[in-house]
Design a protein around this ligand. Structure first.
Ligand code: SF4
Ligand code: SF4
Length: 329
């Protein structure tokens, strides 16, 4: 008997809760928890967009750097990277992420259609008695070239995204960005991690800001995480999506706690506490929505630096100190 998990993207209350019918096989968990470097990795995630996940990640990164730690902040939300904007730094040190896409030699092609049938991405279209055309989202798997009996399939590199690295003092921001119209965000996430892994141990601690939701890119971004902060807000949708996220953490046996952002919104914080309790998770921090937090968001200066004495900054500073005490010698 296998296991089932229904991912959600955090769009609305109609989604079902994750259906976990069995624990993941130990071999899957072992591979999932391998990270390939020794610096602690903390995931900052949230079941839905707009809960302030990136604000929390950016402020924690700054607070940890201001405590004297070398911090790598990975913005793995390649569909909408905005950590650089909130940090107020430009994207620098660009590197392309490319894939090899097929180029078909029409003079060799017999229009047999083997490549079209073999393409699991349905990226090839076969016009009548002509060479196939690449119309869909090719993932660069190379299968079409392998199955072609006429050696008619060559390849060329196509740009799918870019990765960036911006260094400010003890803080290094790694960002990935998908080229518009490209769908394969996993390729850019993988390119970003390849870059981060190459220099991960130059940092004392790494924080990864994931995409919202509980889909494959989020799971990929949380691979090897030593700790996860699930950011939410006291709204019905926040409580619902927190359940999905905590189900994901349970399934992958990830350590983690809840961060209740905008705790003073006129919502129902009791539902958040109840959801956390059902999953045996504690609330690591509650963060007030004070005017300075909103202003710092608009100005692109993290609140822990712009207004270190306000309640939101104090909560974020305490959470950073807790992370340091837990993960750093
Ligand atoms: S490389 Fe893979 S995904 Fe791309 S067209 Fe060929 S078979 Fe399809
Ligand atoms: S498998 Fe080769 S010969 Fe057949 S349609 Fe594709 S490119 Fe042409």
């Amino acid at each position: 008997m296998g296991w089932r998990y229904r991912p959600g993207r955090g769009r609305g209350p109609e989604k079902a809760r994750p259906a976990v019918t069995e624990k993941l096989p130990p071999e899957v968990l072992r591979i999932f928890h391998e990270k390939g470097f020794s610096a602690p990795l903390v995931g900052v995630t949230g079941g839905k967009g707009g809960v302030g996940k990136t604000t929390v990640a950016v402020n924690l990164a700054c607070a940890l750097a201001d405590l004297g730690h070398r911090v790598g902040l990975v913005d793995a939300d390649v569909d909408g990277p905005n950590a650089a904007i909130l940090l107020g730094v430009p994207l620098e040190d660009s590197r392309p992420v490319t894939i090899a896409v097929p180029v078909i030699d029409a003079t060799r092609c017999t229009s047999c259609g083997e490549c079209v049938r073999a393409c699991r991405a349905h990226a090839l279209f076969l016009p009548r008695a002509e060479a196939p055309l690449l119309l869909g989202a090719c993932n660069g798997c190379g299968t079409c070239g392998i199955v072609c009996p006429e050696q008619a399939v060559g390849e060329e590199q196509r740009l799918v995204g870019r990765t960036y690295r911006s260094v400010r003092g003890l803080l290094t921001l790694y960002s990935g960005e998908l080229v518009p119209s490209v769908e394969e965000s996993t390729l850019v996430v993988n390119g970003l991690w390849q870059r981060v892994r190459g220099e991960a141990d130059a940092h004392d601690i790494l924080l990864v800001d994931t995409s919202p939701g509980t889909h494959c890119n989020v799971i990929n971004a949380l691979r090897g995480a030593d700790d996860v902060l699930a950011v939410t807000e006291p709204t019905p949708l926040g409580a619902h999506d927190l359940e999905l996220m905590l189900g994901l953490l349970d399934l992958f046996e990830l350590k983690g706690e809840v961060v209740l952002n905008r705790c003073d919104l006129p919502g129902d914080a009791g539902k958040i506490l109840a959801a956390a309790g059902r999953h045996g998770r504690s609330v690591a921090a509650t963060i007030a929505l004070d005017a300075q937090l909103v202003r710092s968001y608009a100005e692109g200066t993290p609140v822990v630096r712009a207004h270190p004495g306000v309640p939101s900054a104090l909560s974020l500073g305490r959470l950073a100190a807790d992370l340091a005490a837990r993960h750093l010698p």
